[in-house]
Design a protein. Structure first.
Length: 379
């Protein structure tokens, strides 16, 4: 991976200051109107290690009081997405013209996870009255009705199903798409390559995403080798295994594959790669030949250039599995609808400004602020 030149990425280890890239109107609006972009955010010294930062965020942060009301979105092939409307204590109901927020989490960050609850509360406190979390097929107790699973690639991407559901049930209101990691990849696909499959609705103002695996092949090459596998990918591997052991898959997988999956410990990259091979073979109708073909077809870095709506991407330079190179930055700056924030510190979705966080993190504040900027400037 090419290293980002010092003039592009100043290594500021005690202070997380964003570098904002982009040449279009949205990037200029963020540079001139963002208060977060002008603020020095102090990061506790231990949290300069992205592993410690992630542990502080996801294990020790006290989640805010947030409650959800679920609706099942019926997709075109009979599959279901669990759409949860967020509500929070001590946040008064508001009626205004702010857009509806649709949040698409990562594969492991679903409605019940602390960082998603915190983000929902951040939007509710900022006056966004309708905030929804879209849980991918079979995740977060969403019934699994079809063999297809979600993926940020054309017909396997359920963003358009969720958008259509909101339009049908909420009239002509504007919509903002928000995503983390895998969910962010789904939004990029919807705004770019996905246009070949479906039309991006005029009611979509834009999107804000964070911790996206921008160059997915490079991310896989890092995530599936030791020691990064044991730190970041092992848990996802066990989630994937448990997911595939559901009864609904037994007939499609067959007894031989079911036995093989049950014997995988998911303690090594080899086990994860074997599981991935079964995924490509069984669940995507031959759309992907292997792990790296999937990476190339779902990678945002291979899709940008004609992004349909203004999109703000927030990543951390020390994110160990969401890698960004100087070549990626150069391509990003050619797309007028892209604004790319690169923080020096933040890990994978952590961005803590306290060792034991108990309030909104600056990533939540930054995402809400960028949503405000899009709402005001892109009507």
């Amino acid at each position: 991976m090419a290293k980002i030149p010092p003039k592009v990425h100043p290594i500021i280890r005690k202070w997380a200051v964003p570098n904002i890239f982009g040449t279009g109107d949205i990037a200029n609006a963020v540079r001139t109107k963002s208060k977060i972009a002008q603020k020095m955010v102090k990061v506790p010294l231990p949290c300069l290690n992205p592993q410690i930062a992630s542990m502080c965020r996801f294990k020790y942060e006290k989640p805010p009081e947030c409650f959800f009301e679920r609706t099942l979105v019926n997709c075109g092939d009979g599959g279901l997405v669990g759409m949860d409307k967020a509500m929070a204590k001590n946040v008064p109901a508001t009626i205004n013209d702010k857009p509806i927020i649709l949040i698409f989490p990562g594969l492991a960050e679903l409605t019940h996870r602390t960082n998603i609850k915190t983000l929902c509360v951040a939007y509710l406190q900022a006056g966004y009255e309708d905030v929804f979390v879209c849980n991918h097929r079979g995740r977060c107790n969403t019934p699994f009705k079809t063999p297809q699973i979600s993926s940020p690639y054309g017909r396997f991407n359920d963003v358009h199903n969720c958008v259509d559901h909101i339009i049908q049930n909420h009239g002509g209101r504007k919509i903002l798409l928000v995503g983390h990691c895998f969910g962010g990849q789904c939004i990029v696909d919807y705004f770019t390559a996905g246009q070949k499959i479906h039309q991006v609705s005029d009611q979509i103002l834009g999107g804000v995403i964070n911790s996206v695996m921008w160059n997915t092949r490079k991310s896989y090459e890092v995530a599936y080798v030791e020691p990064m596998y044991s730190v970041y990918t092992k848990k996802l591997g066990k989630i994937s295994k448990n997911f595939l052991m559901k009864d609904i898959f037994s007939e499609r997988l067959g007894s031989v594959r079911c036995k093989l999956i049950s014997e995988l410990s998911m303690e090594t990259p080899h086990d994860m790669l074997m599981l991935q091979d079964i995924l490509w073979e069984v669940f995507f109708d031959g759309a992907f030949s292997d792990l790296y073909d999937h990476a190339d077809k779902t990678s945002p870095s291979n899709k940008i250039g004609d992004t349909a709506r203004p999109l703000v991407v927030i990543n951390a330079a020390d994110d160990p599995i969401s890698l960004v190179s100087s070549e990626d930055i150069a391509l990003i700056e050619k797309d007028a609808n892209l604004c790319f924030w690169l923080f020096a510190s933040g890990g994978h979705g952590a961005y803590v400004s306290q060792l034991f966080p108990n309030t909104l993190n600056f990533i939540d504040e930054a995402m809400v602020e960028c949503s405000d900027i899009i709402s005001l400037n892109c009507k």
